[in-house]
Ligand binder design. Structure first.
Ligand SMILES: [Fe+2]
Length: 184
């Protein structure tokens, strides 16, 4: 389902790169392009839509080998603990300070937190496949977290983990515009 929304001018070089891809982008390439991306929130204001219940995934662009989402989270909203089975993922913090927690799989099969780090505006994170993490907005009150996410290819399946058990839940994200949480 190709996106028909006008693309903000600052994203045009990135979108041009995605449109000529014939295989998935590498972690290092996504990291490099997001590091070099100079975009102001004013360009994406019309896509910055929030949900009171869960963080919200707002579709910016989609093609065969990549999708771009503006993910908006209110204070206290968190992604599930998840991997990116089959996709390369990269994101840049545009507004607010997020927290990324990285998890390992313990010998008994349950996940265990390895480390957490704060992600201020401009921070770029890239991961792929079996990497397990959680992204949270732990800021106080009404402070928002807005990140620009890229998946290559578009994220169509992922595993979700529980901190209180060993079961792994398979999840297939829907990719309709303005869907709710589950993913990132
Ligand atoms: Fe993720």
């Amino acid at each position: 389902m190709p996106s028909t929304k006008p693309i903000p001018a600052s994203l045009e070089p990135l979108v041009g790169y995605f449109q000529q891809l014939e295989s998935r982008a590498t972690v290092s390439e996504l990291q490099r392009r997001l590091d070099g991306l100079d975009i102001q929130m004013q360009e994406l204001e019309h896509l910055a839509i929030f949900d009171d219940a869960v963080y919200r995934r707002n579709l910016v662009f989609e093609c065969d080998w990549a999708e771009v989402l503006l993910i908006c989270g209110k204070s206290g909203q968190r992604s599930p603990i998840h991997n990116h089975a089959g996709s390369t993922c990269g994101f840049k913090v545009l507004e607010g300070t997020g927290v990324e927690t990285v998890f390992d799989v313990s010998p008994c099969g349950q996940v265990v937190a390895n480390s957490s780090n704060e992600m201020p505006p401009g921070y770029v994170c890239a991961s792929q496949d079996a990497d397990i993490h959680q992204v949270s907005n732990l800021q106080a009150d009404d402070q928002s977290l807005i990140t620009l996410h890229i998946y290559s290819p578009p994220l169509r399946r992922m595993d979700m983990y529980s901190i209180t058990g060993g079961s792994v839940e398979k999840y297939t994200p829907t990719n309709f515009e303005h869907t709710g949480g589950s993913g990132i």
